[in-house]
Write a protein that binds this ligand. Structure first.
Ligand code: F6R
Length: 248
């Protein structure tokens, strides 16, 4: 695992954007696995800036997102499709038909999940998978549990995830209780994984993912088995690794 220790959120965002941009420059028709949430917002801003400066093109890029809330329409302002449109897709030259986010309104969610996996397989898996991490160690919406789930699946969101995401909704009751999430199989099938984290509230999840035994109780810990992981994090998120002498 390569660890980039960055000063703060802005530096983390810039470094993460550099890793993504390098992939796009190196392989113009790469497959990007994308994430939503507060963590990647700054990186997406950098990518949009660099696109506007003519330094990058997403013309031949295809993307698959990690997850979507079950029951939210694509035009709901808290859906992950809406997030991707407003933070990245609407501002760069990616072809709309080359972007995929699980359909939160699919009448048959299990069929949608199976189709999502079939699509990822048909692409030959993802070249670069961007990940944030939950305070409880979730990646995508693979929540802590008794086992790792390989396939894209419908997830009951953990109470702690609902608490964490309530900041985006008018009330906690408005937070969807379920999501469709890429499974551990597609994440681990990525040729390269870019794990990003910022803030002290992520320090424990980062530490458990990098230094502690691999367990489905901390889904991020499975990344220890991936041969090509880049961790980009700020000092607050790395604080436990720094204290353990791992990220100096
Ligand atoms: C988002 C996703 C989640 C988030 C995680 C951290 O697509 O899959 O795993 O990466 O919940 O969220 P933030 O970045 O908002 O702290």
């Amino acid at each position: 695992m390569i660890i980039y220790r960055e000063k703060d959120y802005d530096a983390m965002s810039r470094r993460a954007a550099q890793v993504i941009a390098a992939e796009v420059v190196h392989k113009a028709n790469c497959i990007l696995g994308l994430a939503t949430g507060s963590t990647p917002e700054g990186a997406y801003k950098c990518l949009v800036d660099w696109y506007k400066q003519g330094l990058l093109s997403f013309k031949d890029v295809r993307s698959v997102n990690l997850d979507e809330y079950k029951g939210l329409a694509p035009d709901h302002d808290q859906s992950y499709r809406y997030f991707m449109q407003s933070n990245l897709f609407d501002h760069v030259d990616i072809c709309p038909e080359n972007t995929r986010v699980p359909d939160g309104l699919a009448a048959d969610s299990d069929a949608e999940c199976a189709q999502y996996d079939a699509y990822i397989r048909s692409l030959g898996y993802v070249d670069l998978q961007l990940l944030g991490i939950g305070r409880n160690g979730h990646i995508g919406f693979n929540e802590p549990g008794d086992c790792f789930i390989k396939e894209t699946h419908v997830v009951d969101l953990a109470e702690s995830t609902i608490d964490a995401n309530a900041r985006f909704f008018a009330t906690r009751d408005d937070v969807p209780k379920q999501a469709l999430s890429m499974g551990i199989g597609a994440i681990m099938g990525a040729k390269k994984v870019l794990l990003c984290a910022s803030g002290e509230e992520k320090a424990d999840a980062v530490y458990r993912s990098v230094c502690r035994p691999i367990t489905p109780n901390c889904p991020g810990s499975i990344l220890q088995l991936h041969p090509n992981v880049v961790l980009v994090a700020d000092e607050a998120a790395l604080s436990k690794l720094i204290a353990a002498g791992v990220a100096l």
